[in-house]
Design a protein around this ligand. Structure first.
Ligand SMILES: Nc1nc2c(ncn2[C@@H]2O[C@H](COP(=O)(O)OP(=O)(O)OP(=O)(O)O)[C@@H](O)[C@H]2O)c(=O)[nH]1
Ligand SMILES: [Mg+2]
Length: 148
């Protein structure tokens, strides 16, 4: 089985999170296509925002061992359709990002993620400070191992 597919809207912090989880030190640019990074599959935010790409996400999920839904904790709106994670054939977890930002609201972020992720753990993170990163890495390793 393949990696952990990371999804969420444009600028949610997906690539920064993957960089923190995998301790890569190259700078993060806008993601333009599916990118396989070791244990992680990075996706462009447009794939989550535009239903035309759902088939591509679904096809990629067939090769994945788990998926991670990413919500920017500074945003007021949800980036996913309701129940989105339930449509995929792999176990899912959630991450709220940018908890270091003064505008971040952890309770709002968890409530928004919960609408797309009816079951599954949610971790509060900051790729900038490292908050929640080791916890999230351990959670994803457990999920991926379960899928094998
Ligand atoms: N304060 C703060 N900013 C962050 C954090 N993570 C990401 N950002 C910023 O958010 C912006 C988007 O980050 P990316 O990781 O490129 O987001 P993405 O979800 O991969 O975006 P796309 O590839 O366009 O879908 C960048 O300006 C990052 O510097 C974080 O933990 N804290
Ligand atoms: Mg990206």
């Amino acid at each position: 089985m393949g990696g952990i597919m990371v999804i969420g809207p444009v600028a949610a912090g997906k690539s920064s999170l993957i960089r923190a989880l995998s301790a890569r030190d190259e700078s993060v640019l806008k993601t333009q296509s599916l990118i396989f990074y070791g244990d992680y599959i990075d996706t462009p935010g447009e794939y989550t925002e535009n239903p035309l790409f759902y088939r591509s996400l679904m096809a990629t999920a067939q090769q994945a061992s788990a998926m991670l839904l990413v919500q920017d904790a500074t945003r007021r709106g949800i980036g996913f359709p309701p129940g989105f994670a339930g449509g995929f054939p792999v176990p899912a977890a959630g991450a709220a990002t940018k908890l270091d930002d003064p505008a971040a609201d952890p309770e709002r972020a968890v409530a928004l993620l919960r609408q797309a992720l009816p079951v599954g753990d949610i971790v509060l993170t900051s790729s900038a400070t490292g908050m929640g990163i080791s916890e999230l890495r351990a959670l994803l390793e457990r999920l991926a191992a379960r899928a094998k």
